[in-house]
Design a protein around this ligand. Structure first.
Ligand code: HEM
Length: 322
């Protein structure tokens, strides 16, 4: 590479990697010193009302960040000018927690109107949710702004599917700057939360699937074989300790008791890389937890809107009127 090529390369590297560096831990320290405790109180209240909400909030942040970056686009409802992401097949009838975020936002608006973005509230809520169920903590970088648009098409294109192979999952995450280890660690959030029958029916009735026979039989009780029958019946993603943030999800995979196909392929699929990471995490809960925290920070760095891009929404479900 010549000198010019080298300079161009360095510039490109700088431009593609530097945005996240504008986020900072102290962003609201002066602008709204009580922002974080206020969000934390809202999240704690919500999780103590319903444990599952912790899972739902972590997932909401993930589904936000994977579409146009962490810009709260997932919170925008359909309107005359917006075709929202909530109707994407990966989201419809399954992402939840919108009211909890809206409630946290309105509490923050009361103390500092127009200062704290919905995108930051999502990132902080995910961390506080993890802590509320015994998961790891991490420092959340702040300063993301909210988008004025959403993309149904990008949501359908970029969010993973429960039928994806290990290779496809690795590829989808790498497109967002996350490696296989990040992907496996983040999938470990399936140590809490629930999935609907429609997402695991194919797997529990597939006689050639890599699935423990007793586990499949148990799951069939509340998930009939016929479509449109009990589709929304819930089962825990981690059958052993569904409400605590631990590494039993990985132990389950080794016993072929993953609920989703996309869970089981991490151990039983063609990727030795993901298989080895599953084994490692199954043996070492502390490694899983610290990798999870690191990967959440990395995920929160995906293409934030900064500076004067986007806006600070007044309510999270709609863009500002003027
Ligand atoms: C690797 C690709 C992934 C796929 C294919 C996938 C797919 C799914 C599906 C199908 C559900 C059940 C939804 C329902 O039935 O309503 C689910 C739930 C969940 N997912 Fe994932 N997921 C993936 C990765 C992740 C990541 C990276 C996170 C977080 C960082 C995450 C967090 C969760 C949580 C916490 C739940 C439970 C939500 C609740 O109970 O409300 N998932 N996921």
């Amino acid at each position: 590479m010549g000198l010019m090529g080298c300079v161009a390369f360095m510039l490109l590297l700088f431009c593609t990697t530097s945005t996240a560096h504008y986020l900072s831990y102290k962003f609201y320290d002066k602008k709204c010193p009580n922002a974080l405790p206020t969000i934390r109180a809202s999240i704690r209240r919500a999780v103590s009302r319903e444990q599952r909400m912790a899972a739902s909030l972590i997932r909401l942040h993930f589904h936000d960040c994977f579409v146009q970056g962490c810009d709260a686009s997932i919170l925008l409802e359909d309107s005359a000018s917006i075709k929202g992401e909530q109707k994407a097949i990966q989201n419809m009838g399954s992402v939840r927690g919108f009211n909890v975020i809206e409630d946290a936002k309105s509490n923050v608006e009361k103390i500092c109107p127009g200062v704290v973005s919905c995108a930051d509230i999502l990132a902080v809520a995910a961390r506080d949710a993890s802590v509320a169920v015994g998961g790891p903590s991490w420092r959340v970088k702040l300063g993301r702004r909210d988008s004025t648009k959403a993309s149904l098409a990008k949501a359908q294109r970029d969010l993973p599917l429960f039928t994806d192979s290990a290779e496809t999952l690795i590829d989808r995450f790498s497109k967002k700057g996350l490696n296989a280890r990040d992907m496996v660690a983040l999938s470990g959030s399936h140590t809490i939360g629930k999935a609907q029958c429609s997402t695991f029916r194919g797997r529990i009735y597939n006689t050639t699937a890599e699935i423990d026979a007793n586990f499949a039989r148990t799951r069939r009780h509340r998930c009939p074989a016929q479509r449109n029958n009990g589709d929304s019946n819930l089962a825990p993603l981690d059958l052993v300790t569904p409400n605590s943030f631990d590494n039993s999800y990985f132990k389950n995979l080794i016993q072929k008791k993953g609920l989703l196909e996309s869970d089981q392929v991490l151990f039983s699929g063609r990727s030795r890389t993901t298989q080895n990471i599953v084994i490692e995490y199954s043996k070492m809960a502390s490694t899983f937890k610290s990798d999870f925290a690191k990967a959440m920070v990395k995920m929160g760095d995906i293409s934030p809107l900064i500076g004067s891009a986007g806006q600070i929404r007044r309510i999270c479900r709609a863009v500002n009127k003027h």
